[in-house]
Write a protein that binds this ligand. Sequence first.
Ligand code: SF4
Length: 260
Amino acid sequence: MLSVNQTSETVRYFVRIILVYHENKEAKIMKICGLQKTTLLDFPGHVAATIFLGGCNFRCPFCHNSGLLGNDAEEAMTEDSLFTFLKRRTSVLEGVCITGGEPTLSDDLEEFIRRIRQMGYLIKLDTNGYRPAVLKDLAGKGLLDYIAMDIKAGRENYPRTAGIPGIQIKYIEESAAFLMNGSIPYEFRTTVVKELHGNRDFLDIGQWLKGCSHYYLQNYVDSGEVLCTGFTSCTKEELLAFAEILHPYIADVSLRGIDY
Ligand code: SF4
């Protein structure tokens, strides 16, 4: 049975989902909520900067960027200051990662990417895959060089792990199929949370994404800004066991967030 504290936390969580989900149903004005000036990890093979855009149409309870999700997400810098920074760094950086939040919600994303590409940068886009039309449009216009798409869980477990009770899995499937059948380098990745994921998830993911190029299991980390508390990371052995379930279907499975 849930304690009083757990019950109130659960109620608060669902109220927050309903309120903020309705805020984010439509595309919105872009808000730059964070900038990591240099990263060697986010964009495989490239030195990059990472831009965090505000707003998301999911409410993954384990989200570690909870401050970025709603319309009240705080703007960290203007577009002008971001472009001044990027202009100065063209000799050092090769790429720009655009993450969130969910970047495909921003209705001026295409123009934003075009301006960055004009400076000579490669673009990596992080997405939850729920807006396949935007993904296809940007990819079709040759604006993306690498795409990282979240796979939140096995398909049956998506409502719980994405925090959207009525989620339409067909959009996620459409984005995943688009990446697998396309020519843009991509990765799928799942943040694995001990309390939310089990063998059934990875059996479904393996069968669903059979033959995909790169798949990463990322261990959950409590950043201190997590949307809902009470989750824990997996052990290395637990992650390796999930990887074993995936291996008959996906050749290239790697772990992140674990010391080898
Ligand atoms: S983990 Fe990603 S998709 Fe999920 S709520 Fe956070 S920003 Fe949105």
